[in-house]
Design a protein around this ligand. Structure first.
Ligand code: NAD
Ligand code: LMR
Length: 333
């Protein structure tokens, strides 16, 4: 039986990530090969012509799953009836800037778009914020869209999660698909804590071994590995002169697909979600946790042990998010 199309909003669709993301969505990477989609693309008036060019290319690509395209600079029209909203619109970081530096430009956008989503999106719309500072933009969106359930608002740290998998894969010369259960804790920033203490690798024999045991180099795992993942966004900006785009788009698809379709048994992923105080992370922040997803709902993985080194790292990134929250409110006042 043919499925009803799902309406997917991409804001900032004329930008770099948007250009990589919309063909992935139209090809079924987001929701699977049998799920038709209608794309809603929003950008600002100076980008309208370019947005129309993206629409033309989507028509030219003749994607079988793509049942319609709305390309607009009107935020109400863009948000109307959407089931999934991927919020990429905003200003990216340039070389030499911290993600915090893009704060004042972006939080006011998220305050305004919160109201539009609240008024016009479908009930139970799932929201993923990609634009930086991603955790704090998501928090602002949540606070200014009080009727959207807090469980439906998330931010992207899956890119960091995938980066951690990539680093372990290169170090151990194993494929990323054999590695599971790394964790990104906290902020999508250089204070994030990429944690491998519970991560395992499936060996060709079928046996599972811990990443720590296989790497057998705690100095690397507690030092260079962490800083490489924390600084990877800056390294991409330095190399490309633009921030990451294809890997960010792919990670956004991974995030939504696992949220909607579920995580495999025994596997968790990292998502920035509203903290309920788990692991003594202050409640009321959007913080990246290990989560499993089932029936369209995420749950924070509970009961993982944290050593003193990890505890300090979790607290440090929470402190930064608390500061960002205060700064965001000061930008809005
Ligand atoms: P970009 O500048 O290429 O594209 C951004 C687009 O947003 C532009 O087309 C711009 O016109 C549009 N825009 C600006 N204000 C808007 C508004 N109010 N409404 C709708 N659209 C608006 O940037 P990019 O490289 O695509 O990056 C987008 C964002 O994603 C940046 O904030 C970047 O820092 C962030 N990012 C996050 C992650 C992550 O893992 N969370 C990864 C990569 C990039
Ligand atoms: C990334 O992690 O690549 C993005 O957040 C872009 C940036 O500013 O680092």
């Amino acid at each position: 039986m043919a499925q009803n199309p799902v309406r997917v909003l991409v804001t900032g669709a004329a930008g770099q990530i948007g250009y990589a993301l919309v063909p992935m969505i139209a090809r079924g990477v987001l929701l699977g090969p049998n799920q038709p989609v209608i794309l809603h693309m929003l950008d600002i008036p100076p980008a309208a012509e370019s947005l129309n060019g993206v629409k033309m290319e989507l028509v030219d690509a003749a994607f079988p799953l793509l049942k319609g395209v709305v390309a607009t600079t009107d935020v109400a029209e863009a948000c109307t009836g959407v089931n999934i909203a991927i919020m990429v619109g905003g200003f990216p970081r340039k070389e030499g800037m911290e993600r915090k530096d893009v704060m004042s430009k972006n939080v006011s956008i998220y305050k305004a778009q919160a109201s539009a989503l609240e008024k016009h999106a479908a009930a139970n719309c799932k929201v993923l914020v990609v634009a930086n500072p991603a955790n704090t933009n998501a928090l602002i969106l949540k606070e200014f869209a009080p009727s959207i359930p807090e469980k439906n608002i998330s931010c992207l740290t899956r890119l960091d999660h995938n980066r951690a998998l990539g680093q372990i894969s290169e170090r151990l010369n194993v494929h990323v698909s054999e590695i599971k259960n790394v964790i990104i804790w906290g902020n999508h920033s250089s204070t994030q804590y990429p944690d491998v203490n519970h991560a395992t690798v499936k060996l060709p024999s079928g046996e599972e071994k811990s990443v720590r045991e296989l790497v057998a180099d705690d100095a690397w795992l507690n030092g260079e590995f962490i800083s490489t993942v924390q600084q990877r966004g800056a390294a991409i900006i330095k190399a490309r002169k633009f921030s990451s785009a294809l890997s960010a788009a792919s990670a956004a698809c991974d995030h939504i697909r696992d949220w909607v379709l579920g995580t495999p048994e025994g596997t968790w992923v990292s998502m920035g979600v509203y903290s309920d105080g788990s692991y003594n992370v202050p409640a009321g922040l959007i913080y990246s946790f290990p989560v499993t997803c089932q029936n369209g709902e995420w749950s924070i993985v509970q009961g993982l042990s944290l050593d003193e080194f990890s505890r300090k790292k979790l607290d440090l990134t929470a402190e930064e998010l608390t500061e960002e929250k205060a700064l965001a409110y000061s930008c809005l006042s």
